[in-house]
Design a protein around this ligand. Structure first.
Ligand SMILES: Nc1nc2c(ncn2[C@@H]2O[C@H](COP(=O)(O)OP(=O)(O)OP(=O)(O)O)[C@@H](O)[C@H]2O)c(=O)[nH]1
Length: 389
């Protein structure tokens, strides 16, 4: 499906930059346009692929290009004030050619955390296309303010978008990795999963497995109904040179074995994708809707395998709304399964985030009250000393 990507804040900008690289690498064609919005000049300058004219600096009157310093209320305020600047950039893209908007942001900081929900609300008022969010949750060791920001942003963002796709940094970080290289790796994991899904809806129907190819409307229908979504992905390297000497010697028998093998492989990839690490870990059984996409060389995409995987996911979720299809890709030796779980509700990480955020909010209020009292007693001289004016 064709997307207008809008990266908000530092994380959002870096992720959409990486989406461009990935779309190019797989010849996906799912990125129609890309815009980066930030309150910090240096973050915008650090991007590699987003065209200069599509980089929008907001909040100059308030923060003078220095960012909002993890204050997401300020992030929301400057976005409201400068929404016209962002709209001017959107006016330059061919919105009639897109299937949806995707607003990407780290939810723990200030600019993206506060600004992304404001922009989503604005886009929904103006355009008829769906507006999706891709929110990145902070790692648990980033501290109370990031957790509090993320919990408040999550609550607002999920309300303002047609569906909130979530990636949890905490579930994907590795011990001993530097912050910079860590983010680069996380961003590659993000764009591979979400990129394969969105590219799947972009394959022309004149391809040779046309009937079973995933259509953008299937992605949109799976995401419609709102709520929170997560993605699982599993892949395997395969021998692409099938049908060689062995087949010609043994005739159709080996073809049958190959088919059976491809079917079993796809079915187990669907299970691995669902039960392995999801972008937002959760109980897959709580999903309301789902979409199974088989990717890889066309001769390895067993229709029966996708169907079995789809049925297994139906049993696993108890949902009647599980769709399935192919995303054939020539020139790759990877067969994979992407599983989109939409409308998930049993998400321990969100419960934990909200709990820690509430504690952080209470502690912050207490600390502020104490600081006010202590300052009052510091300057109070018992009324004997007159102030200057
Ligand atoms: N996955 C990923 N997460 C990132 C990246 N950069 C920052 N983050 C996360 O995003 C959150 C911080 O958000 P940023 O995007 O840096 O902040 P911002 O929106 O620019 O806001 P301010 O810097 O406060 O103006 C933190 O929780 C980080 O964990 C990145 O490149 N990839």
């Amino acid at each position: 499906m064709k997307l207008a990507l809008i990266g908000f804040g530092q994380a959002g900008g870096k992720v959409v930059d990486q989406f461009l690289t990935y779309d190019d690498a797989i010849d996906g064609g799912f990125v129609e346009s890309v815009i980066a919005v930030n309150t910090a000049t240096t973050d915008l300058q650090g991007l590699e692929n987003v065209p200069q004219k599509n980089r929008v600096l907001i909040g100059q009157a308030r923060v003078n290009g220095h960012g909002v310093g993890a204050d997401n209320e300020l992030g929301a305020e400057v976005t409201e004030a400068d929404i016209d600047e962002i709209q001017h950039a959107i006016d330059r893209i061919p919105t009639h050619e897109i299937d949806a908007f995707l607003v990407v942001a780290g939810m723990g900081g200030g600019t993206g955390s506060g600004g992304a929900p404001v922009l989503a609300k604005h886009l929904k008022r103006i355009y008829t296309q769906p507006v999706y969010g891709l929110g990145v949750l902070p790692a648990t060791d980033e501290g109370g303010i990031y957790t509090l920001n993320a919990a408040r942003s999550f609550r607002t963002f999920v309300r303002e978008v047609d569906n909130l796709l979530v990636f949890d940094n905490d579930a994907w970080r590795s011990a001993g990795e530097s912050v910079g290289s860590g983010y680069d790796r996380l961003n590659r994991e993000i764009v591979e999963r979400f990129g394969l899904l969105f590219a799947a809806g972009e394959v022309g129907h004149d391809d040779h497995v046309a009937e079973s190819v995933v259509d953008s409307s299937e992605i949109i229908n799976t995401l419609s109904g709102g709520g929170v979504s997560t993605i699982g992905y599993a892949s395997e390297t395969v021998e692409t040179d099938t049908g060689g000497l062995l087949d010609s010697l043994t005739g159709s028998a080996s073809g049958g074995l190959e088919d059976g093998h491809a079917t079993n492989r796809l079915t187990s990839l669907v299970r691995k994708a669902t039960l392995g690490r999801l972008t937002l870990p959760c109980d897959a059984g709580s999903a309301d809707r789902g979409l199974v996409v088989a990717t890889g060389p066309p001769d390895q995409l067993s229709r029966k395998g996708v169907e079995r995987g789809r049925q297994w996911l139906e049993d696993e979720t108890g949902s009647m709304e599980i769709r399935g299809g192919d995303y054939p890709r020539t020139g790759t030796d990877e067969v994979g399964a992407v599983v989109l779980l939409s409308g998930v509700t049993d998400v321990p990480r969100i419960d934990q985030l909200q709990q820690v955020a509430l504690e952080a909010q209470e502690t912050t209020e207490q600390v502020q009250a104490n600081a006010r009292d202590e300052f009052a007693s510091l300057v109070d001289t018992g009324g004997e000393l007159d102030a200057l004016f």
